[in-house]
Ligand binder design. Structure first.
Ligand code: ACO
Length: 436
């Protein structure tokens, strides 16, 4: 299907070399919405220059039809649907379907998709023994990096990335098995038996069941908590070309198998500047300890001794729309569970101060999605070490959708950034005896 993003807009951007006066006319592409892009693909060939953008603040790495963010306005759309509508009116599997296939499903396609996903929820029985090779006190993200990468050793029949059918089976397997593996990582860390998936339960409900049920007695998942978990999954499902998604795309561009690519994404997500922030928020709140220590902590942030975790975002320079929905969900969960969490009181006071202090206002630092998600997960009974794992469960659908989109792009080539070399120029080799 041709659209206006398939061909240059007719607009151009002229680049002038100040030394020589040479000019180059570069084509400009318009997106459906959002900033236009200057096409610099022939820049090196024509000018002998690279561009320098180490943290990709001005570089579009791909074309994508999946997710749109307007960071100044605080807008997040998946396949054109507003995140607020999706979080309030859809369930996670509907959102997953839209991310993967482009539209929200009708009843029939939803039912087929649900069947396909639930068909794959179990994992190879041998994986139990693989888990047992880890120390019980291993960080569950370390376990997830290893186990998800190892799926390629268990599912040889869906590794041919040139076959669309096998790509689809791998995508379904990853979305279906991640919750099972995450629950196994949790159960292993607390020394309880693994709980098999139950396909009669909803996606989020089944996940909570695998995490909190024990074989000795029946366990009914609280529907308010299942609903909150479903919202957490929706709100973390995809977020355009962030660090972990770009990692998945770059790994996939070399034609690595999808299990290896998602393991790479999990590794990238682990860092505290990205998915690890939800764990870091709770650690920060625990370190502050009491409300009276907040001013001293905020001063430390201003003195740049540390960062206010759960605040700030590379793209959102306004309220993160996911954070608003997460805050409402947080209130519901805490009131349902009757939790009076001192961490929450500290969080609310920090939020109040940060939103009224010129240091944070000037830098456009607003709470992000992870500021509240950790508080909900803690109230549900998850240890902080599991928070980023839950993020990975949700984001798997985004990673897989972005990987699928890239693999379907006929012009897909290996990603290979260039560099500005600042090391030594070529020099003479000196034998070790003669080196000073
Ligand atoms: N606390 C205090 N100051 C901050 C924070 C923060 N959380 N974030 C940015 N700043 C300050 C910086 O010190 C800098 O100040 P300066 O201009 O005086 O030097 C300015 O704001 C700009 O900061 P950058 O580091 O350039 O912003 P960048 O876009 O690179 O970073 C990031 C974005 C990594 C998310 C950052 O805001 C951060 O570290 N936040 C805390 C970690 C976090 O919550 N991460 C989760 C992100 S959301 C997600 O992955 C789901």
């Amino acid at each position: 299907m041709a659209d206006k993003t398939d061909s240059p807009s007719g607009k151009t951007f002229t680049l002038t070399n100040d030394q020589t006066g040479d000019k180059w006319v570069l084509p400009v592409f318009d997106g459906t919405i959002g900033p236009s892009t200057i096409d610099i693909r022939t820049l090196y060939e024509e000018t002998g220059h690279f561009t320098l953008d180490p943290s990709f603040t001005s570089t579009a790495s791909c074309r994508s039809r999946i997710t749109f963010i307007d960071g100044d306005e605080g807008i997040l759309l998946h396949r054109g649907y507003n995140i607020k509508d999706l979080a309030e009116k859809s369930d996670f599997l509907e959102v997953a379907y839209a991310l993967l296939y482009g539209d929200l499903p009708n009843k029939k396609s939803y039912e087929e998709f649900r069947k396909n996903i639930t068909y794959h929820t179990m994992v190879h029985e041998q994986l139990q023994f693989f888990f047992r090779g880890f120390r019980r006190d291993a960080h569950p993200m370390a376990v997830m990096c290893g186990v998800v990468g190892a799926l390629a050793a268990f599912y040889h029949d869906s590794l041919d990335i040139s076959d669309p059918n096998q790509r689809e089976i791998s995508a379904h397997r990853l979305i279906a098995k991640l919750p099972t593996l995450a629950a196994m990582a949790f159960k292993y860390s607390i020394g309880q038996p693994f709980v098999y998936p139950r396909n009669d339960l909803g996606f989020a409900e089944n996940f909570l069941h695998m995490c909190f049920a024990v074989p000795a007695e029946p366990y009914r998942v609280n529907p308010i908590l299942a609903d909150a978990m479903d919202k957490i999954l929706i709100l973390h499902a995809d977020h355009e070309q962030n660090a972990s998604t770009s990692t998945v795309r770059l790994a996939g561009s070399s034609q690595a198998n999808p299990f290896a690519c998602i393991a790479a994404g999990i590794a990238s997500l682990w860092g505290p500047a990205h998915g690890g922030a939800n764990q870091a928020v709770l650690e920060m709140l625990a370190e502050i300890g009491t409300k009276d220590r907040i001013p001293e902590f905020v001063q430390g942030v201003k003195d740049k001794k540390y960062r206010l975790m759960g605040f700030g975002h590379r793209v959102y320079k306004n309220f993160d729309p996911r954070a608003q929905i997460m805050k409402e969900t947080c209130d519901k969960v805490l009131s349902e569970l009757g939790v009076k969490d001192p961490a929450l009181e500290i969080a609310m006071e920090l939020e109040r101060i940060a939103l009224s202090d010129p240091y944070f206002i000037d830098r456009k630092l607003y709470p992000n999605v992870d500021f509240y998600s950790g508080i909900i997960l803690k109230a549900m009974g998850f240890p902080v070490s599991m928070f980023t794992v839950l993020f990975a469960v949700a984001r798997t659908v985004g990673w897989v959708s972005q990987w699928k989109e890239m693999m379907e792009e006929p012009s897909n080539r290996i990603g290979r950034p260039r560099q500005l070399y600042t090391g030594a120029a070529q020099r003479d080799y000196v034998k070790i005896e003669k080196r000073t």
